[in-house]
Structure formats: structure tokens, C-alpha cells
Design a protein around this ligand. Structure first.
Ligand code: CDP
Length: 224
């Protein structure tokens, strides 16, 4: 079973997808973490991604895998656990540019389809219901007011010891949404058949419950 969850930055996709995956007993795949991991490598190894040869070297030389450690879904790039490093502000402000490169997307989408098809998955990102799995069994699109999203991100950043103002975060989120939704290749867009959920007034548990309820209702209706 493939459950696609898309939506703009900080709309609650990761926490919701993890919760749904836990309740339904299906693996979870965070595609944003993959684009963040590549961005981390581009920044630390100083790859010039505008140069086709360097881009090729980058993509040929990286191996991405996920591993669950102490209940946390960790991402490894060339056997190095980069799970915390990919949440830095530096990565966040560069990831939209890196993920807009068609060759990078093609490589990641291939890997996402391979991982997803192995055992099914709850997979979250920007283009899952439109490009990665257009025939997903269930599609959801999470939205929320930018202020609510910035407040959530503020809490995330506090956990890794970074401080930012709410305004700064609102600007960053709006900028990233604009870049993600206006790029030529696989822009952030709601699939026609996705169910939209506004998470602004919901708690995490309510978001998870709503999605699980939709899935159960649709499955029950199909069975009748
Ligand atoms: O957690 P947050 O909403 O901040 O973002 P994320 O899901 O970690 O994704 C980080 C970035 O990766 C996004 O802003 C997009 O630029 C890119 N991304 C993408 O292009 N396609 C996806 N399927 C997932 C993420």
C-alpha cells in the first residue's frame, strides 16, 4: 500500500506520516530528508552543481540509505549518519535550489520508487502524489497558515539549539514555498485526487486520526 502525503514546508507532514506509519504498521519514507542529505554533501564538499561533470560525480559517488536507530528513522549518506546535520539552517536555505535540479530529482525519485515498492510505505514530500507515485492508493495534501508553520519550526529549531525570530522563519518558509511551487520540474502542487487537510487547528494526534479514518472509510467503501 502506498500512502502519499504532500504539502508545503513545515505543514506537519513528517510527524503525521510517522504516526500513520506507526498505526498502520507500514514503513515511513521522508523524501525531504533525501534532498536535504544531498544538499549537505553539496555544501560540505563544495560541489558546483551547475557543472554537469561535477553533478555526475556527485550523483555517482553517493549512496543513501535509511536505518531505524532507537525508534528514529536515521538517514545515512555513504555510511555516515547525517540525520541531525541535514536540519541546519544552512541546508534549509539551500535545499530548494538543489532539489530543483532535474538530474538530482530523477536519481532521488528512482530510489524513492524502489524503496516504496519493496514493502509499501507512507511517503511524504512535495511531488509524491503527482510524480513519484501518481497511482498511490491514498493521497493527502496538508496545508496550514504560514504563522502556524513558523511557530512549529521555531520549536523544532529550539531542540537543535538554534534561535530565530518568528518573522525570519515566516519569510524563509514563504520563500521556500515559492521556490518549490514555481520550479519547472515536479513543482509542489496538490494532486487532483488528493484529500486536503488543514492542520492549522488540529493537534498532531487529530491529524493522524483524520488520515487513518479517511483510509479506513475508503477501504470499507471499496469492500462494500
Ligand atoms: O520538513 P520541511 O517541510 O521543512 O521540508 P522537507 O520535507 O524536509 O523538504 C526539504 C526541501 O526538499 C523542500 O523545501 C523541497 O525543496 C525539497 N523536496 C522536494 O523537492 N521534493 C520532495 N519530494 C521533498 C522535498
Amino acid at each position: 500500500m502506498i500512502i502519499a502525503i504532500d504539502g508545503p514546508a513545515a505543514s506537519g507532514k513528517s510527524t503525521t506520516a510517522k504516526g500513520v506509519s506507526h498505526i498502520l504498521g507500514i514503513p515511513y519514507l521522508d523524501t525531504g530528508a533525501m534532498y536535504r542529505a544531498i544538499t549537505h554533501i553539496v555544501l560540505t564538499k563544495k560541489f558546483n552543481i551547475d557543472d554537469p561533470l561535477e553533478l555526475k560525480t556527485l550523483l555517482n559517488g553517493i549512496q543513501i540509505r535509511f536505518e531505524i536507530i532507537k525508534d528514529e528513522n536515521c538517514i545515512f549518506i555513504n555510511n555516515k549518519n547525517v540525520s541531525s546535520l541535514i536540519r541546519s539552517s544552512d541546508v534549509t536555505s539551500n535545499v530548494s535550489a538543489v532539489s530543483a535540479i532535474p538530474e538530482i530529482r530523477e536519481s532521488m525519485v528512482g530510489l524513492q520508487r524502489k524503496i516504496g515498492r519493496e514493502n509499501g510505505c507512507v511517503i511524504e514530500g512535495r511531488d509524491i502524489g503527482t510524480v513519484v507515485f501518481p497511482n498511490a492508493d491514498f493521497k493527502f495534501f496538508l496545508v496550514a497558515d504560514v504563522k502556524v508553520r513558523a511557530e512549529r519550526r521555531l520549536l523544532d529549531l529550539e531542540k537543535i539549539g538554534e534561535t530565530k525570530s518568528l518573522n525570519e522563519l515566516m519569510n524563509e518558509i514563504e520563500k521556500r514555498d515559492l521556490l518549490d511551487s514555481s520550479r519547472d520540474h515536479s513543482p509542489l502542487i496538490k494532486a487532483k485526487d488528493a484529500i486536503e487537510i488543514n492542520t492549522g487547528l488540529l493537534t498532531i494526534n487529530e491529524q493522524i486520526e483524520q488520515i487513518v479514518k479517511h483510509i479506513t472509510n475508503i477501504q470499507n467503501n471499496k469492500g462494500n
